[in-house]
Design a protein around this ligand. Structure first.
Ligand code: PLP
Length: 450
């Protein structure tokens, strides 16, 4: 193998720049994390060269004896990491990502045009939970299924379980979906189970954001009440980019066969080429990948997630979010739900008259990465009124409460700068700031327009 640095120095240079960017700045994007070297190594191994459609012991290609062992080990570790009894729960570890896991779960559970209910996108739900806009169905989950989103209570920011119950009685969905991308509170699964039972609906949890916290048992346990639990593996779980689907081994409904068939051949097939590791690409110049490669990385991450060190990590994530949130509140800022139970706070900038886009941009220029996010009640999704701030990646860098207070202070300064810049649009202050950070006059103009 010719090392990447020699075979393609241009790509190598981009990888080096991205590595530098990730470690130079402060990463506050709640859906990202810094995975371990071991995960990255496993993720770029020679498993990349192997086709393995099918399930362990029933493949469509020969030469899968090692892959079979790998996949079985990954399944075992997935069940162990989430404290599940293999007699009651099974898992499919093949989904390429969270979106494909969710779509495969829908494919397994319901028919085209059946009804689903997930949390409204603007209230923190994910696109794949049936999102649409008044103009169009923006997700396959609303193109192929009839979707009616439920909301949070605008006064508290907490899921409005009473309203949901009434909506479920009227709409009679086949699946009630819980889980979110920007919801700072924990879920009342027992209550959701009762609501789903009104019409005999499936209860599906998409725990993508909080799965690391669930594995560490520092959040409520979705497995007690849900029929199917999907997740990504790369957010708080800190693995490579992939997905998992857990299902109850319910003989009557045969969820095991339906989920497995939905993943392959219904929704997935052969290789996908999106999973590469910095280290391995650099060392071995491998440039093909498929799910068995991801499964190796997932297996390593799941082993780590079952360790006492990971429980400490997850506990610290929550402590850090609380410390960061408390510091922002001290500066008189408004947080949705006035705090957080998990790894993120949703910061409402509307009382200040600032947009999330502006703060995202200012923070970007200061090498602080976060994302604009709509907050419940936003008038336009195009100009969201808040930002989502997650502590999972900084906690992976061993930061604790004292560092969180410093980060909150940086954020406070960014907002103050945004306010000044807004008051004196085009002012010398703004131009000086942008020039100092970026040397780019165009960026100043762009910032004024946000
Ligand atoms: N589900 C939730 C709750 C998410 O937040 C996300 C992504 O952010 C996904 C699913 C989709 O995951 P992926 O980007 O791996 O397809």
């Amino acid at each position: 193998y010719t090392p990447l640095a020699q075979a393609d120095p241009e790509i190598q240079a981009l990888i080096d720049r991205e590595t530098y960017r990730q470690f130079r700045g402060l990463e506050l994007i709640a859906s990202e994390n810094l995975t371990s070297l071991a995960v990255m190594e496993a993720n770029g191994s020679v498993f990349t060269n192997k086709y393995s459609e099918g399930l362990p012991g029933a493949r469509y290609y020969g030469g899968n004896e090692v892959v079979d062992e790998l996949e079985r080990l990954c399944q075992k570790r997935a069940l162990e990491a989430f404290h599940l009894d293999p007699a009651v729960w099974g898992v499919n570890v093949q989904p390429y990502s969270g979106s494909t896991a969710n779509f495969a779960a829908f494919t397994a559970l319901i028919q085209p045009q059946d009804r689903i209910m997930g949390l409204n996108l603007a209230d923190g739900g994910h696109l794949t939970h049936g999102a649409y806009t008044p103009k169009r169905n923006i997700s396959a989950s609303s193109i192929y299924f009839q979707s009616l989103p439920y909301q949070v209570d605008p006064a508290t920011g907490i899921i409005d379980y009473e309203a949901l119950e009434k909506q479920v009685q009227l709409f009679k969905p086949r699946i009630v979906i819980c889980g979110a991308s920007a919801y700072p509170r924990d879920w009342d699964y027992a209550r959701l189970r009762k609501i789903a039972d009104i019409n005999g609906s499936y209860l599906m949890m998409d725990m993508a954001h909080i799965s690391g916290l669930v594995a560490a048992q520092v959040q409520n346990d979705p497995f007690k009440d849900c029929d199917v639990v999907c997740t990504t593996t790369h957010k708080t779980l800190r693995g490579p980019r992939a997905g998992l689907i857990f299902f109850r081994k319910d003989k009557e409904n045969d969820l095991e066969k339906r989920i497995n068939d939905a993943v392959f051949p219904a929704c997935q097939g052969g290789p996908h080429n999106n999973v590469r590791s910095l280290v391995i690409v650099r060392n071995f110049n491998l440039d093909m990948s498929l799910h068995s490669q991801t499964i190796a990385g997932v297996a390593v991450a799941l082993k780590q997630a079952a360790s006492p060190a990971f429980k400490e990590y997850a506990t610290q994530v929550i402590a850090n979010t609380r410390a960061l949130g408390a510091e922002l509140v001290k500066h008189n800022y408004k947080l949705q739900t006035e705090g957080s139970d998990n790894h993120l706070v949703l910061w409402d900038l509307r009382p200040l008259g600032l947009t999330g886009s502006k703060i995202e941009k200012i923070c970007d220029m200061a090498h602080i990465t976060l994302n604009k996010n709509s907050v419940p009640g936003d008038r336009s999704a195009a100009t969201p009124g808040g930002v989502r701030v997650g502590t999972n990646a900084l906690t992976s860098r061993s930061m604790r409460e004292p560092e969180m207070r410093v980060v909150a202070d940086f954020l406070h300064r960014a907002v103050q700068l945004g306010l000044k810049a807004q008051a004196e649009a085009g002012s010398k202050l703004l131009k000086d700031f942008v020039a100092r950070l970026t040397g780019d006059g165009e960026a100043a103009k762009e910032l004024e327009q946000l």
